[in-house]
Design a protein around this ligand. Structure first.
Ligand SMILES: *[C@@H]1O[C@H](CO)[C@@H](O)[C@H](O)[C@H]1NC(C)=O
Ligand SMILES: *[C@@H]1O[C@H](CO)[C@@H](O)[C@H](O)[C@H]1NC(C)=O
Ligand SMILES: *[C@@H]1O[C@H](CO)[C@@H](O)[C@H](O)[C@H]1NC(C)=O
Length: 347
């Protein structure tokens, strides 16, 4: 009931302000929808408690008031608070810790802050941001998201804060957050991420805070981070990084951008390819990856080996060809002599 009253308040205030007489009619003429029962009750209560000017008005005025009423009812935002949620102000829907299996629906289209943390939601509907394009703040922490559909965030042009931590995400595809160009904070911490596409964060031009800590990442393309021009804070700790030659690029990025890591290098650990032991990045240096200089020119090595093999094959083929030709000459020559002999005999 307190929730419904909170909703009725702005509408009531507007009605009082615009037409004191209208509120009386408004309360009467309202369709008796069950979900709005308490709300209309509070409006009628307000009308009842109002000044005597609320008494029934003459006919034409009443018609005009009725029109105004319906218009206000149509335009008045924030009327349908989803069952079991709290709508603390006209732009906030709070459905935290309700055990919800899916995103509550419908809720007011102009909601800016949606809190659905601590539920069992497995999916963000694909068309979610097409309907709720005014969302600025979305707290989806501690749910059961397994994947993000491509294009989910198209239409999320106003989104600034997105918390997807404590879910069950395993992969981020290319352009997973495409169109969320105003996003400032993105948390993907405490998921199960094992793969992040190098274009996963493209178009996130305003992103300042990115949390990838406590996932299952063994590697990450530097290109994914290089796509974030405004990045100020990055969490990478709590992942089973593998310090192989692929990691060398990320390592130099981390070293040069260590000031962006709020927990520093100490908290990031990686395992060496051959050993099971984990070491802190603090104990590594560029020199640790010096062996990789050689492996980085591995391609060259392959080219050398390959051209060597190709040359040998060519040599074998040509000597085989030569041998055949020689053999042929050896065989053909006596035959020709024989033919000559035959011809001689004929003569
Ligand atoms: C996740 O939500 C459940 C249910 O609301 C709660 O019991 C649990 O403590 C939450 N976990 C975290 C890490 O917030
Ligand atoms: C996450 O996914 C794994 C495997 O797919 C499953 O075993 C686990 O229960 C899931 N956890 C949650 C919180 O949904
Ligand atoms: C450090 O971060 C900036 C911005 O993301 C990037 O341009 C730069 O290349 C990074 N440093 C290295 C060594 O990659």
């Amino acid at each position: 009931p307190s929730r419904a009253r909170a909703h009725a308040l702005p509408a009531r205030a507007a009605l009082r302000l615009l037409a004191p007489a209208a509120s009386a009619h408004c309360a009467v003429s309202r369709p008796p929808r069950p979900g709005l029962a308490s709300e209309s009750a509070s409006v009628s209560a307000a009308a009842g408690a109002g000044p005597p000017a609320c008494a029934p008005a003459p006919q034409p005025a009443a018609a005009a008031a009725l029109g105004l009423c319906s218009l206000l009812l149509l335009l008045a935002p924030g009327h349908a608070c989803p069952a079991g949620c709290a709508c603390t102000d006209p732009h906030t829907v709070d459905c935290r810790d309700r055990g919800l299996p899916s995103v509550p629906d419908p809720f007011p289209l102009d909601v800016r802050k949606l809190l659905v943390a601590g539920n069992r939601i497995q999916q963000i509907p694909e068309d979610f941001f097409i309907f709720y394009g005014d969302l600025v703040y979305l707290d989806f922490r501690n749910n059961s998201l397994r994947s993000l559909e491509e294009g989910t965030f198209s239409g999320s042009a106003k989104l600034v804060f997105l918390d997807l931590s404590y879910n069950n995400l395993t992969q981020l595809g290319a352009g997973a957050f495409r169109s969320a160009g105003r996003l400032v904070k993105l948390s993907l911490a405490n998921n199960n991420l094992a793969g992040v596409h190098e274009a996963a964060f493209e178009t996130l031009e305003s992103l300042q805070v990115l949390e990838l800590n406590d996932n299952n990442l063994r590697s990450l393309s530097v290109a994914a981070l290089a796509a974030l021009p405004a990045l100020r804070s990055l969490r990478l700790d709590g992942n089973p990084w593998l310090c192989d030659c692929d990691f060398a690029h990320l390592f130099s990025w981390i070293q040069e951008n260590a000031s962006k890591l709020p927990k520093g290098l100490d908290e990031i650990q990686c395992s060496l390819p051959m050993e099971s032991r984990r070491i802190s990045l603090r104990d590594l240096s560029e020199a640790s990856f010096s062996e990789c200089r050689f492996s980085l020119s591995l391609t060259d090595l392959f080219i050398i080996i390959f051209s060597g093999v190709a040359v040998s094959i060519a040599a074998i083929i040509s000597s085989f060809f030569l041998a055949t030709v020689v053999q042929c000459f050896q065989r053909c020559a006596p035959n020709k002599d024989a033919e000559d002999e035959d011809e001689d005999e004929d003569e």
